[in-house]
Design a protein around this ligand. Sequence first.
Ligand code: PMV
Length: 329
Amino acid sequence: MTTSSAPGKVYLFGEHAVVYGEPAVPCAIQRRARVTVAARSDERVRVEAQELTLDGFAVTWGGDADDRPDVDVPAALVDAAMGYVEGAIEQAREAAGEPGAGFDVTIESEIPLGAGLGSSAAVVVAAIDAATRELGAPIEPEAVADRAYRVEHDVQDGEASRADTFCSAVGGAVRVQGEDCRRLGDVPNLPFVVGYDGGSGDTGALVAGVRARKEAYDFAADTIAAIGDVVRRGEQALEGGDVEEVGRLMDFNHGLLSALGVSARSLDAMVWAARDADALGAKLTGAGGGGCVVALDPTEQSRTALKYTPGCEDAFRAELDTEGVRVEE
Ligand code: PMV
C-alpha cells in the first residue's frame, strides 16, 4: 500500500490568458489531496472517495471504475472525476510497463472540487505518484507533472494548460507559459486568504466563453494581452519582494477577468469584502463563474470580513506550500 499527497493551488496571476500563450503564476497551497493505492491480484480498479465535494454536495461512493456512483450531482461532474482517476491509473501502468496492473484506490481531499483550487490536478498528480511507487517504478515530479497534464488534457477536451499539474507536482510559486514550466526562486512570504462560495464554475464553458469573446472583439483579445502584461509586472514585483505591488496587480488582474465575463456576483462580493478589509489585493482564482477568490492579507481582517460576507461559505488562510507531490509515511 502506498499513499502520496499533492497540494492544491491558487492563481496569483494569469488564468485564462495562459490558454492563449501568455504566462501565468500559480502558487501551491497547504491543502492537499491524498491518494492511497494498493496493488490487486487481478486487473480491476476499485475507487473509493470519501466526502468528495462535487458542486457543493458531499458524496461517498465506492465501486469499480466503470460503475458510476449513484449520487445526485450532474453526471458530467461525476464522469470527469472518474475520468481523472482512470486516466491517472492508465498513466501509471504505462510508466511502469505494467498494462494489466489492478489497484484499490482511496481518495481523500481537503480541496473543494471545481472551485479554482486545482483539486483534480492534485488528485491526478498524487494518484500517478502513488501508483508508480506501488509498482516499484517511481518517477520524478516533472515526469509526474507531464503525465498528469496528459490526463487533464484528455478529460478537459484539450483546453487544459500545464499550470495546475506542474504547480501541484513541484510545489512553490511557478511560472508557466505554454510548454515552458519552471519554479520561481526566492519569492516573498505571500499571506493568502481564500474565500469559497460553496459552488463551482464549469471550466469548459468558461474557457469557451472567453474564446468566443476574443474572436468577436479585438478589445477582448487586447484584454487577454493586458493580463499577460500584468503577469510580467507581477513577476518583477515578486522577484523584488514588493508584496504591496503584487496585491495591486492582483486587483487589476481581477478587473480584466471580470471584463472577460468570468467573474460572478458571489466572487465580486468576496473580492470587495477583502478589499474593504484592507487586503493588499484580491481576485478570483481559476476558471471563475463561482468557487474561490484569493486575497493577500497578513492580518486576520480579510478572513473575518469574508466569514461574514453573504454567499461566502468558508474562509481560510492558505500558506504557500513549498513542497509538491510527496509520499506519505
Ligand atoms: O479552475 P481551474 O483551477 O481548473 O483553473 C482553470 C484555469 C484556466 O486558465 C481557465 C484553464 C487552464 O487550464 O489553464
